[in-house]
Design a protein around this ligand. Structure first.
Ligand SMILES: Cc1cc2nc3c(=O)[nH]c(=O)nc-3n(C[C@H](O)[C@H](O)[C@H](O)COP(=O)(O)OP(=O)(O)OC[C@H]3O[C@@H](n4cnc5c(N)ncnc54)[C@H](O)[C@@H]3O)c2cc1C
Length: 440
């Protein structure tokens, strides 16, 4: 079915729905006329907005735009995937305490809210014409386009990490089949085997994510394969998030399991030899390898000329979330050139989504856009029960024209604990409900 056909079906359905509503209202108005009720004014059409990417940023933007604008804005949401699969909690699949099926959420709640959700690859974005091209559908133009494609990987920065090598050496940095493969590889590994994980230089998606993954694998080894070891090759000079808490976990709860090596950037992969090679020439062999490559904004951003920070990330106006390279195109989530101290996280992308929805609606209505305050909480599972968090609040600074962390806000757990384990599960359920318009 073409988009036009889908659009027609949708607008027909809307007409029927609104007719139904006005019949009901008309009836009420007729009955209540003498009591002073009047017909509601017809909704003014403000425009058509496309959202590319139905992850943390895009789904939230689409949902809030529709919720706030109602029928005055037509919202079209595109994703190449048929359903959402959450990266948050996916390290628990690697650790063995969760199944990937439990991390999937359908887009039906968004469809039921009146958003047109279509599954297709967006192959090109023409910022000047505000036009999208697709694999299956015909080109479409919009009044504004919100782009939240997440990240793509700089595979070429690790020699030998080609398509063939990616079949056996996972990154598992997008939740899905690779997450399951990594778990299966760990299960198949003999007791006494070595797991080697390579962490890229920041910035990358989810700063504490690799360190949480190390805890999850260490927890699995401690309970099921006690003679096994983990070697961490971190390109960064130190643990870059929740350092004290992760160090304590490696030194105490997982004593003897984790060999952490800072300043160890992996630049080459010898697949046949199951070996990582660092820029200093160190060769580190493992039974299971996990290579998280350096990252940049999703391909679409780069191809559209929006990656105006080192050809990697998209700079945005933090009031409107509009690209600084193109008017009318808003960029969200991991794809943005992060403001100082702002992590690339699902929670943050969700906040970007709400800020963008409000800004797009104001811009379409010709109103002034006011900056949003954004908050972030990132939970990390140390084992299958105990959790730590880091939180921050970010506000617009008009002088610096960027978001800055609010002094004295946020905080860090004092120690891993099961209460936060329950909070972390609730956080996930609640943010999925918030993004996808469904009950938690
Ligand atoms: C192991 C791990 C653990 C994590 N844990 C946490 C956590 O505990 N808390 C937290 O807040 N964050 C966590 N994160 C980070 C979080 O997953 C990301 O920051 C978040 O997904 C970013 O949201 P986004 O909208 O920018 O991108 P995504 O959520 O990745 O969404 C992008 C969407 O765009 C679609 N897309 C891309 N290009 C196209 C195209 N051309 N056409 C059509 N569709 C396209 C993709 O299919 C995808 O659905 C974790 C990440 C990892 C890897």
């Amino acid at each position: 079915m073409s988009q036009d056909a889908i659009g027609t079906t949708l607008s027909r359905r809307r007409v029927v729905q609104s007719l139904g509503a006005s019949v009901a209202l008309g009836g009420l108005a007729g009955l209540a006329g003498c009591a002073g009720f009047s017909e509601p004014a017809p909704t003014r059409k403000l425009g058509r907005v496309a959202v590319v990417g139905a992850g943390f940023g895009g789904a939230t933007a689409a949902r809030y735009l529709k919720m706030w604008a109602g029928d005055s804005v037509d919202v079209w949401l595109y994703d190449r995937s048929a359903q959402f699969v959450s990266c948050p909690l996916s390290n628990l699949v690697v650790g063995g305490s969760r199944k990937i099926e439990n991390l999937a959420v359908s887009y039906q709640g968004l469809r039921d809210s009146g958003i047109v959700v279509l599954q297709d690859e967006v192959t090109a974005l023409d910022p000047a014409k505000r036009r999208l091209s697709f694999n299956k559908f015909a080109d479409q133009t919009f009044d504004r386009i919100i782009v939240a494609p997440g990240i793509d990987f700089l595979f070429d920065q690790v020699q030998g990490y080609n398509g063939e090598a990616q079949k056996t050496v996972t990154h598992a940095w997008r939740a899905g089949p690779q997450t399951v493969t990594l778990r299966q590889q760990l299960e198949a590994m003999p007791n006494g085997g070595v797991f080697v994980i390579a962490i890229p230089l920041a910035p990358y998606r989810c700063p504490p994510g690799p360190y949480e993954r190390i805890c999850q694998v260490a927890h699995y080894f401690k309970t099921a394969k006690a003679r096994s070891k983990i070697i961490v090759l971190d390109a960064n000079p130190e643990i870059i998030s929740k350092k004290g808490l992760f160090t304590k976990a490696y030194d105490e709860e997982f004593k003897g399991f984790v060999d952490y090596r800072p300043n160890s950037r992996v630049t080459e992969l010898d697949v046949a030899g199951n070996t990582f090679i660092t820029e200093l020439g160190d060769r580190v062999r493992g039974d299971v390898l996990n290579l998280i490559p350096p990252q940049r904004a999703g391909d679409l951003i780069v191809k559209a000329g929006l990656a105006n920070a080192n050809n990697r990330w998209a700079q945005v106006d933090w009031i409107t979330m509009e690209s600084t390279a193109a008017k009318g195109i808003h960029v969200l989530g991991d794809a943005t050139f992060s403001a100082p101290a702002m992590p690339k996280s699902g929670h943050m992308a969700n906040q970007h989504g709400k800020a963008a929805a409000a800004a797009v609606l104001d811009l379409l209505a010709g109103r002034e856009v006011r900056p949003s305050t954004m908050a972030n909480t990132c939970y990390s599972f140390i084992n299958d029960r105990d959790v730590v968090h880091v939180a921050s609040v970010h506000q617009y600074d008009a002088g610096q024209k960027t978001m800055v962390a609010v002094k004295g806000s946020g905080g860090l757990s004092s120690a891993a604990n099961p209460t936060e384990g329950a909070y972390a599960q609730s956080w996930a359920e609640n943010i999925w409900a918030d993004m996808f318009a469904r009950l938690a």
